[in-house]
Design a protein around this ligand. Structure first.
Ligand code: ACO
Length: 322
């Protein structure tokens, strides 16, 4: 079987920083409460008139700045997002059209915060089936459009941003090893967005905002991150001691700490950047991996474990050699 993995990555976050102190100034919360309960210090807000396709294009432009040939042979685009610009056209198609990939196959994937890693597994499958040669997988969100900015339970958690990866053939011994994908609608009522906000230019966001039972999601997250991480390690024939870096979904520092404890991997081997971006849903794993490669933590040939959870409730875990 061909080895398939990530050959290039990009990321983008909007410039506007919203700190915990900003929330403290306008609602019944404190900066200290937010940081101690979540680990989040600040997040980015896209602001009016910025759509998920803009964030996705920003991430792809970053990819092209790093490697102008990065999109060569890309024939399929997947955008994982819970905040598409519209139901159709797909945000994947909107991004493709702006980065010189018009004509490529393009579709959106909705698995909430698990979406980017789900997308990596779809990309691998398309390439191994011979359907695609290289696939651009984007995880991008403008969560501020669906999160009630007056609700202290949710507003403090979420931020806007995006990341992308080109998936293609890599040398033997590198790339994806195994994936575990799951979802269980029994947990659906704990985290939901009943209707998407039509955010095409000129459109008005409509419908109710996202709803969440934080305690239920917390308990679920710790369980499925731990279980799915252990499952994928077992499937790959690895032990936790073989893992150089865990790249988890960035929702809450306490969730991450409890989850990695369940597979006995120390926090010193876990990438955390939610302090600066909060929870950007389908973008978190891409942002964390891109930054950990940039700052030299993740190095050539290292063993990675990717784990995420989200609305669905859904979960995903993956092993890969960087
Ligand atoms: N400031 C001050 N008090 C607050 C705030 C706030 N911003 N938000 C909630 N509270 C209050 C609550 O109202 C509650 O008050 P009550 O006891 O009088 O009812 C109290 O703080 C304690 O609430 P808990 O739910 O026990 O607090 P907890 O320690 O569990 O932290 C949190 C809440 C941060 C939401 C946590 O449960 C969590 O992170 N859950 C997971 C959320 C998550 O990951 N969501 C996204 C998942 S996937 C996706 O991204 C789509």
């Amino acid at each position: 079987m061909k080895a398939i993995g990530i050959v290039a990555m990009g990321m983008y976050v909007p410039p506007k920083v919203v700190t915990n102190a900003d929330f403290e100034a306008r609602m019944d919360t404190t900066a200290e409460w937010i940081e101690s309960r979540t680990g989040i210090r600040e997040r980015r807000h896209a602001g009016p008139g910025v759509y998920t396709s803009d964030i996705g294009v920003g991430a792809v432009r970053d990819l092209l700045r790093r490697d102008p040939d990065a999109l060569k042979d890309v024939d399929t685009v997947i955008c994982a997002t819970a905040t598409p610009d519209a139901l159709f056209p797909s945000t994947a198609a909107l991004v493709a059209g702006q980065v010189g990939l018009a004509g490529a196959g393009a579709f959106d994937l909705l698995a909430a915060c698990s979406g980017f890693v789900y997308g990596l597994s779809m990309a691998q499958g398309l390439i191994l089936a011979g359907t695609a040669r290289r696939v651009l997988v984007i995880g991008a969100e403008v969560l501020t459009t669906i999160v009630d900015q007056e609700d202290r339970n949710t507003a403090i958690l979420f931020g806007d941003g995006g990341g992308c990866a080109v998936v293609g053939e890599v040398p033997e011994g590198y790339g994806f090893q195994d994936f575990v994908l799951g979802a269980d609608s029994a947990g659906g009522p704990a985290l939901y967005q009943r209707c998407v906000a039509p955010t095409l230019p000129g459109g008005t966001p409509m419908g109710e905002k996202a709803g969440m039972n934080g305690r239920e999601v917390f308990k679920f997250a710790v369980r499925v991150l731990g279980d799915s991480g252990n499952q994928v390690l077992k499937k790959t024939g690895l032990t936790p001691a073989d893992v150089d870096w865990v790249i988890p979904h960035q929702a809450n520092l306490r969730i991450i700490e409890a989850a990695v404890q369940r597979f006995g991997i120390p926090m010193s081997k876990t990438v955390v950047n939610l302090d600066r971006y909060g929870n950007t849903s389908s973008a978190t794993v891409a942002l964390a991996l891109r930054e950990a490669v940039d700052d030299g933590r993740v190095q050539d040939g290292q063993q990675l474990l990717l784990v995420a959870f989200g609305g669905g409730l859904s979960w995903v875990a993956a092993t890969m050699k960087w």
